[in-house]
Design a binder for this molecule. Structure first.
Ligand code: PBG
Length: 321
């Protein structure tokens, strides 16, 4: 008789036949850095995650390096926002200041990555600039992204995370960097980024001023083929790595990308995915550690070469202990 249970009988046997393993080098920790604060501030909708001061960010990066994480992804929370997101291209803007400090702290231990998008910096909260009619202006936004890319590279960013979902953003930023003699800086295209309710807590974390939604630029959650097309386009435009985001509700899109992409495919376990697990665990409804491990291993199993997750440091600690 064929008995699959033979290979499930003991912990040692299960360990031997396990297909997917987590490693700290494949985990990337997103970090929020808020301008003008001296102490870290908790984020109400993301228990256990904070808005960092520059000092506490340095400590978080030292810890991430110590734990062997693959990288950190920095997000800036500026004090002042305006229509074009001026803080994003200002060398003294919080994200660029934080990047310089992060690179100095990290040394060669991990890859310092930066979010390249205007939403944290605009007073209307959109990922691009608006035209006279109040619509997100794709090509005017690309001009801002080109400048933002140059500012981030000047600050020392080692991987630019293009998360704005403007058409042509990877090609535009690649062109800007190549023209400015930065052919070496790699680009992470947030290729298949969906218009998701699971970004809810993130908007708290970066104090987003968004009214309305991002459905004219992020992908409709109902569309699988369109996600594959976005991945294909980013690869064609020269993305060095592509991303699927969110992760858990989009494992089919992730598996498609993993099957077809010639470049690494990453996934982002987003704020709402984090907070759902934390909320259920806080109520005693699920086993927190098992749920976290299962969620991250499932994202790897579906095909992600690396995972951005707010659980990165904790999971790395578990792996190492
Ligand atoms: C855009 C950006 C967002 C997230 C990462 N980059 C927000 C959005 O598209 O609304 C969400 C990440 C998360 O929810 O954890 N800069």
């Amino acid at each position: 008789m064929i008995r699959p249970r033979r290979l499930r009988a003991t912990p040692a046997m299960r360990r031997l036949v396990r297909e997917t393993r987590l490693h700290p080098a494949e985990l990337i920790l997103p970090i929020f850095v808020r301008e003008g604060i001296q102490e870290p501030l908790p984020i109400a909708s993301m228990p256990g995650v904070v808005q960092h001061s520059l000092d506490s960010m340095r400590r978080a990066i030292a810890e991430a390096a110590e734990l062997g994480l693959g990288g950190v992804m920095l997000f800036g929370v500026p004090e002042i926002k305006d229509a074009i997101g001026s803080g994003a291209t200002d060398a003294n803007g919080i994200l660029n200041v934080a990047t310089r400090a992060a690179v100095a702290e990290a040394g060669d231990a991990l890859v310092v990555q930066t979010d390249l998008c205007l939403d944290e910096f605009t007073d209307h909260g959109h990922c691009g600039v608006l035209d006279a009619a109040g619509r997100v202006d794709n090509d005017a936004s690309l001009v801002r992204y080109r400048d933002m890319a140059l500012a981030q590279v000047a600050a020392g960013s080692q991987l630019l995370g293009l998360s704005g979902m403007m058409d042509g953003q990877v090609a535009a930023v690649r062109d800007a960097l190549d023209a400015a003699a930065h052919p070496e800086t790699p680009l992470l295209g947030y290729a298949a980024k969906y218009a998701s309710a699971f970004y809810g807590p993130f908007r708290d974390a970066v104090q987003s001023s968004l009214e309305g939604d991002r459905r004219t630029y992020q992908v409709d959650p109902a569309n699988r083929r369109e996600g594959a097309r976005e991945v294909w386009l980013d690869v064609e435009e020269g993305a060095d790595i592509v991303m699927v985001k969110p992760a858990m509700s989009y494992l089919d899109v992730l598996a498609d990308a993993a099957a077809d992409s010639p470049v690494p495919v990453w996934a982002y376990q987003v704020s709402g995915e984090y907070s759902m697990i934390e909320a259920a665990a806080a109520n005693g409804w699920i086993d927190r550690r098992r749920a976290i491990e299962e969620s991250v291993v499932s994202i790897r199993r579906a095909g992600a070469d690396a995972v951005l997750t707010y659980f990165a440091a904790e999971v790395a600690r578990w792996i190492r202990s």
